[in-house]
Ligand binder design. Structure first.
Ligand code: FAD
Ligand code: SIN
Length: 498
């Protein structure tokens, strides 16, 4: 059996390592192995491992934040899988931080009702996970190819049989696993690396798979303003008492939610956006300088140094922050065993929509999702499982030009930032869709295949955001400010059959 894994983050490498126990494995990564969202993770990985915690409580917190769109079976699989995912990461060599008593140290983050976030190297959890995985991969029997971008999936008689790379090579496989990560880099302002352009969603969509809820893009509340890329200031700072201040220097989250700065991420990001609008400012401030500076340097070495390099000292006073595109809740529809609706095609990690996050992901649940569902997906591959059953609900079938793409990355990212951002309106979204339609009509020649994939995912996000005439979770429609019970359902998208 040959398994082709696309992506070198937590989902991809974990899958490749597991598959190498029973199959020949090829792993492709379009950039260096460590250029992943995984590598950038700061706060940590959530799992109900404390004596007083319980997967059922973790599930309750996850479902509460998910704004009515979590799939209980997926949430259950996620939270019940927490302890064994942590056990596996420990076995792979991830050195999670421990307290003086030798027990795993657990932090608090937004929407978690109890401390349950494990971290490594203080706030450098992703770096520690990625490094441990890369070390294991080097020792495993896996054919690893770096700098190889997949541009098409090969489908024969409805079955995915491999993938074609930018260089034109087709690699055949018995099972293809998408682990291509997120889509934050479709936006100008994003915490993601530049390669996080939603390729997996577009690849799967073109191959005929169902894509679910693409409109749900999470904007992380606290990215540093005034830096080249949106450098993330971990939510864990708020877990350690950081407060958000408006232009007058007053806390504003206390008036908005009982959990104040630790309210669900969408609530905080949207309250910040409204405060910035009222203040006529491009930022609010985050202040943790009341905590001991030695503690801050030790607990948040990555954030401390990263902010300092950009001219801000978190120990000295408030720093300017604003929301930035961070995480894609929508993605390739999978069942809880990582199966897509196309036979032979599996997906896990951020590119998948398992239903575990609903309309708003809880902090530190995505590393867990990548670990748990990549493991489940490879178990499906091993038992030669067929494709997922079709999800319930109405599917929008789209007919799209195969060479459809934006004229430039700049045009694409600017469109997403300005018209499909954190606060959306029908007027803006129609304007964005007008651009996508014009690009579709006028781009008949050969275009950059990566840009074509990115544009397709962006278009799905914009179209779904336009269709969803309500505000729910991370999807904020200024013209429909409330949740509409009729919309308590997923949006489903598929390529129209000729
Ligand atoms: P990634 O780790 O992003 O890996 C994607 C891989 O796919 C890359 O190797 C890429 O090169 C490859 N790829 C993409 N397209 C192609 C293609 N066409 N061909 C070939 N290869 C391709 N989550 C948490 O739970 N806790 C946190 O503390 C946390 N902090 C975060 C901090 C930051 C700054 C960011 C950006 C994210 C954070 N997240 C956090 C989210 C979390 O890191 C990601 O959701 C998770 O790591 C995704 O893992 P993945 O394996 O799915 O994808
Ligand atoms: C953070 O550290 O704030 C990021 C956590 C996450 O995205 O889950």
């Amino acid at each position: 059996m040959h398994v082709l894994v696309i992506g070198s983050g937590l989902a991809g490498i974990n899958a490749a390592l597991l598959a190498s126990e029973f199959a020949d494995v090829t792993l492709l990564s379009k950039s260096d192995l460590q250029e992943t969202n995984t590598q950038r993770a700061q706060g940590g990985i959530a799992a109900a491992v404390a004596a007083l915690d319980d997967p059922a409580l973790h599930a309750e917190d996850t479902i509460r934040a998910g704004a009515g769109l979590c799939d209980p079976a997926a949430v259950h699989a996620l939270t019940i899988g927490g302890a064994s995912a942590i056990e596996r990461l420990l076995q792979l060599g991830v050195d999670f931080d421990r307290g003086g008593d030798g027990e795993l140290a657990l932090a608090t983050e937004g929407a978690h009702s109890t401390p349950r976030v494990l971290h490594a190297g203080g706030d450098r959890t992703g770096l520690h996970i990625q490094s441990a995985l890369i070390e294991r991969l080097a020792a495993a029997n896996v054919d690893v190819r770096i700098g190889v971008a997949v541009t098409h999936l090969a489908v024969e008689a409805g079955r995915c049989v491999g993938a074609t790379t930018g260089g034109g090579e087709t690699i055949l496989a018995d099972a293809v696993m998408l682990a291509t990560g997120g889509a934050g880099a479709l936006y100008q302002t994003s915490t993601n690396p530049g390669n996080a352009t939603g390729d997996g969603v577009a690849l799967a969509f073109r191959a005929g798979a169902v894509v679910r809820d693409p409109e749900f893009v999470q904007f992380h509340p606290t990215a540093l303003v005034g830096s080249d890329s949106a450098f993330l200031i971990s939510e864990a700072l708020r877990g350690e008492g950081a407060v958000l201040l408006n232009a007058a220097g007053d806390r504003f989250m206390t008036d908005i939610h009982a959990d104040a700065e630790l309210a669900p991420r969408s609530v905080v990001a949207q309250a910040m956006t409204e405060t910035m609008r009222r203040d006529g400012s491009d930022h609010v401030s985050l202040d943790i300088s009341h905590r001991d500076s030695d503690f801050l340097r030790e607990r948040f070495p990555g954030v401390y140094r990263g902010a300092l390099q950009r001219g801000y000292d978190i120990t000295a006073g408030p720093i300017p922050i604003a929301p930035a595109a961070h995480y894609h809740m929508g993605g390739v529809y999978t069942d809880i065993d990582g199966r897509t609706t196309v036979q032979g095609l599996f997906a896990a990690g951020e590119c998948a929509s398992t239903g575990a996050h609903g309309a708003n992901r809880v902090a530190s649940n995505s590393l867990l999702e990548a670990a748990v569902f990549s493991t489940r997906a490879i178990a499906s591959v091993r038992r030669h499982a067929s494709q997922a059953e079709f999800p319930h609900g109405e599917v929008t079938a789209l007919r799209l030009h195969p060479q459809f793409g934006a004229p430039s990355w700049r045009a694409l990212k600017q469109t997403m930032n300005e018209f499909v951002g954190i606060s959306r309106t029908e007027e803006d979204l129609r304007y964005a869709m007008g651009r996508f339609n014009r690009w579709s009509e006028h781009r008949e020649g050969l275009i950059d295949q990566s840009l074509a994939l990115a544009t397709l995912t962006a278009r799905l996000i914009a179209d779904a955001a336009l269709q969803r005439t309500e505000t729910r979770g991370s999807h904020l429609r200024l013209d429909y400010p409330n949740a509409n019970p009729d919309w308590q359902r997923h949006s489903l998208w598929q390529l129209a059959r000729e």
